[in-house]
Design a binder for this molecule. Structure first.
Ligand SMILES: Cc1ncc(COP(=O)(O)O)c(C=O)c1O
Length: 389
């Protein structure tokens, strides 16, 4: 079958010699990213201090606009930070946890870094209410909705869970939260670039995620969207001079926040990381996340079929509507099998308690899926026949 998305393979040199099934952890590097990093080096060399005024200073917003196109957020409403942990802290520090409405509702499958931050916010009055997954794969929606009440200040959940690639029903979560006056923060690290969504249509209050995975943007660039109508009400305690309304006046004392989304920034931005990240965002935008999702649904279903035929045990979310871009197989000696796969240039990862995780992306061929399953089988056979002797 002709797959037009494979035309993008030529933009990713690493695909010539590796089977890249690890886009949930580290997306392949676009060739354009190298060009952009060289551009940064050239500007630093040639333009020196002038480079700030010639574009560097505006990059946290200009690059944020590229993300805005992917998540359907208005121009100027997404700012770039270094990682999701900082974005979460920026949001939490902008809310008042001292009143009766002080509940922070989350789920056990949220990324651990987020959990650590939520629990630390207890020192500022936050009451963390965690809804547990009973199977380690899914989050019980009814229980989550029931936990959101008039005392809830913030609901902070993953759109797609990192461990099991379970797609949560953000529309239902936002509907309940807004009905009782709570705000919603969605961590879309595991959806942005592979599962389409619209920040605007979902009426999300905050969206955050990073670039390392499906966006093929490398480390050091994370996005934070804040719904524009909330800006005047939010003054993050975690701040810095870039958030000031006139940063170059260098005024000491308490901050006067900028009126626009730069009020959610802090100190000097990570310019090289922003240069590196842009290319992946552009490519994902050019292809369109709807097309990426259609292919991902096809390939994850195909992987499950091939793997089960080969006798592997599927350990992920079977329902396509709730399955993100990753499929997981519980392979005996999964850690050793993974190490062998890496030696053969088949990039996957292993999580204890879950299994071997495989993530095809828009650049993956069906033959690569076949080869991956074949190699898992043959490595397993070798390991177990050796063990039997
Ligand atoms: C859903 C999710 N959130 C957050 C993170 C980590 O974010 P950061 O390292 O940018 O703080 C990850 C990554 O590994 C993730 O999968």
């Amino acid at each position: 079958m002709h797959d037009p998305l494979l035309a993008w393979r030529s933009e990713f040199p690493t695909l010539d010699h590796t089977v890249h099934m690890i886009s949930h952890s580290l997306g392949a590097m676009p060739a354009r990213a190298r060009t952009r990093l060289k551009q940064f080096a050239d500007e630093w060399t040639e333009r020196s201090i002038r480079a700030w005024a010639e574009g560097w200073w505006d990059m946290p917003i200009a690059v944020g606009d590229l993300i805005g196109k992917i998540i359907d957020a208005p121009s100027g409403s997404v700012v770039m930070h270094q990682n999701v942990s900082i974005c979460q802290q920026t949001v939490l520090s902008a809310l008042d946890w001292s009143g009766r409405r002080n509940k922070l509702v989350t789920e056990s499958l949220n990324f651990p870094s987020n959990h650590y931050i939520f629990h630390n916010w207890a020192r500022y009055g936050a009451r963390v209410v965690q809804v547990d997954s009973s199977d380690g794969l899914t989050v019980p929606l009814e229980q989550l909705l029931a936990a959101i009440d008039e005392e809830t200040l913030l609901v902070t959940v993953s759109h797609v869970t990192f461990r099991s690639s379970y797609v949560q029903d953000l529309a239902a979560i936002v509907e309940k939260a807004h009905r009782v006056g709570a705000l919603v923060l969605a961590d879309t690290y595991q959806s942005c670039g592979t599962v389409p969504f619209s920040a605007r249509e979902l009426d999300l209050d905050f969206v955050t995620g990073g670039s390392v995975k499906w966006l093929c943007g490398g480390p050091g660039a994370a996005y934070l969207y804040v719904k524009p109508s909330l800006w005047p009400t939010l003054n993050p305690a975690a701040t810095g001079w870039m958030a000031h309304r006139a940063p170059f006046d260098f005024v000491p004392g308490a901050i006067e926040y900028a009126d626009d989304a730069t009020r959610f920034l802090n100190g000097t931005p990570a310019i090289p990381a922003l240069y590196a990240a842009m290319s992946g965002y552009e490519i994902v935008s050019e292809i369109g996340v709807d097309r990426i999702r259609a292919k991902s649904m096809h390939q994850t279903a195909l992987l499950i079929e091939m793997a089960e035929e080969a006798g592997l045990v599927f350990n992920g979310v079977r329902d396509g509507r709730h399955r993100g871009g990753v499929v997981i197989f519980d392979v005996p000696e999964g850690k050793r099998v993974t190490a062998e796969l890496l030696k053969r240039d088949i990039l996957v990862d292993f999580r204890p308690g879950a299994g071997i995780r495989l993530a095809p992306h828009f650049y993956t061929t069906d033959e690569e899926l076949e080869r991956t399953i074949y190699e898992i089988r043959s490595i397993s056979n070798t390991l177990f026949s050796t063990a039997a002797h």
